[in-house]
Design a protein around this ligand. Structure first.
Ligand SMILES: Cc1cc2nc3c(=O)[nH]c(=O)nc-3n(C[C@H](O)[C@H](O)[C@H](O)COP(=O)(O)OP(=O)(O)OC[C@H]3O[C@@H](n4cnc5c(N)ncnc54)[C@H](O)[C@@H]3O)c2cc1C
Length: 395
């Protein structure tokens, strides 16, 4: 990599990172986006997540993506809010390239380059070996707050006892029976299968969903449920292995012990393990339970959230509760005590409970877009990320 100096570097190309990179580049910024896999979209594409929650109340980049998917017949399916993965990948990639983003796949973020409390660059590793690149603003969209943690930001993990939500390995099936083509919860169907098999066991999760993509040729199953500490490599490894075991067990139960599903085929498990909860930074503002219950609004809003609190517990259960439409303020994207760094996506500053609501992808995309716009304002005007005016943001 010969070019070393950028205006903005984005780490991670998920819903927040891809949006951040495109939107900063559209503001004239020279942007580098590094992504460890070979596609953009993060959990959208490598995690097989569907549908997109909280897209309806979004303007800007989220709406642009949905409009294009609709125009190509790649939108619909489950809850009329699902999409096909390959079209999403191509679209994000194309929008990055059209905006002039320098995109590096198969490139693993390794560390922050600091000057005192200011981040000035990142280290990464790829086929060319180790490199360092520099930028005036770095956006951490890694889904694990990797950059923020390396830069010295205070981070929290889990609830008051440090417990995190369960993780899930999503899997794709085809041959979905006609009567399930709109998708539905399949707990009863699994119970029937386990009973028919005389297994004396229960499904691993109480709220499993069959989620057809548009066109209904295939769908994803959200079913496996594992306990894992998100910051333990051993736990992540054990979880993905157990996820594959649960996938095969539940698929075979459905296919061989519930006559409704005899035409079902197992296609593949997701390349990325679905980690619902990881680090959360301590930011200039912490989105809290009162905000989400009372519907707080902020002058520096970057995302409007309606999605309920959705906590996948450490066992079979899933606990949900409604929120009053609220906003995420820009200040919650700024890690306390660090200069030149923004965090976007599920790792922004909020409580365990609040995160369980704003973490869904429509909101992550909006946060990313506004992080990109904020970074561009800061660079163009030669100011810090804390001095970005409220009218910079699209909500
Ligand atoms: C099982 C599961 C089901 C879900 N279901 C839904 C749903 O139905 N609808 C919905 O809207 N939301 C859903 N969510 C929530 C949503 O998927 C996430 O909260 C959201 O994707 C977070 O976006 P993000 O941009 O913060 O991170 P991510 O989507 O996690 O993206 C992070 C990106 O950073 C990259 N990266 C990580 N580390 C490095 C590194 N060292 N170097 C370079 N790149 C790196 C990753 O490869 C990835 O591309 C679900 C989540 C899970 C886990």
């Amino acid at each position: 990599m010969t070019e070393k100096n950028f205006d903005v570097i984005v780490v991670g190309g998920g819903p927040s990172g891809a949006a951040a990179a495109v939107c900063a580049a559209r503001e004239g910024m020279k942007v580098l986006l590094i992504e460890q896999t070979y596609c953009l979209g993060g959990m959208w594409t490598s995690g097989f997540v569907n549908p997109i929650f909280d897209f309806e109340n979004k303007k800007g980049f989220m709406k642009e993506l949905v409009d294009e998917l609709k125009s190509k017949g790649q939108w619909g399916g489950f809850w009329e809010a699902s999409f096909t993965y390959e079209y999403m990948k191509e679209m994000l990639e194309r929008k990055c390239l059209e905006a002039g983003v320098t995109l590096l796949y198969d490139t693993h973020y390794e560390g922050a380059v600091m000057e005192g409390n200011r981040i000035v660059g990142v280290r990464f590793k790829n086929i060319e070996g180790e490199s360092e690149c520099y930028a005036k603003v770095i956006i951490d969209a890694s889904g694990d707050a990797l950059v923020a943690a390396d830069a010295g930001a205070v981070c929290r993990v889990g609830d008051k006892d440090g417990k995190c939500q369960s993780v899930t390995l999503m899997y794709i099936v085809s041959g979905i029976p006609e009567k399930y083509k709109d998708g539905k919860m399949i707990y009863d169907e699994l119970c029937v299968a386990y009973k028919n098999a005389n297994e004396g066991k229960e499904p691993p999760f109480e709220v499993p969903y069959l989620i057809p993509a548009p066109g209904s040729g295939f769908g994803v199953v959200q079913l496996t449920h594992m306990n894992a500490k998100p910051l333990s490599a051993a736990d992540r490894t054990a979880a993905v292995i157990e996820g594959r075991r649960q996938m095969l067990e539940t698929f075979e139960m459905l296919k061989h012990h519930n006559p409704d599903f005899e035409g079902l085929h197992l296609v593949q498990s997701a390349p990325l393990l679905g980690i619902r909860e990881s680090r959360r930074i301590e930011g200039e503002y912490c989105v809290n339970t009162e905000d989400i219950m009372n519907g707080s609004h902020f002058p520096d809003a970057v995302a409007r959230v309606t999605f309920n609190v959705d906590i996948h517990g450490n066992d079979q259960e899933q606990v949900c509760c409604d929120v009053t439409e609220y906003e995420v303020p820009y200040r919650s994207l700024i890690p306390k005590g660090i200069e030149g760094l923004l965090v976007a996506g599920k790792t922004i500053s909020g409580t365990h409970t609040a995160m369980a609501s704003y973490r869904v992808t429509g909101n992550c995309c909006a946060m990313g877009e506004n992080a990109g716009r904020a970074a561009a304002y800061a660079v163009k005007n030669g100011v810090g990320v804390r001095e970005v005016p409220n009218d910079t943001f699209i909500v």
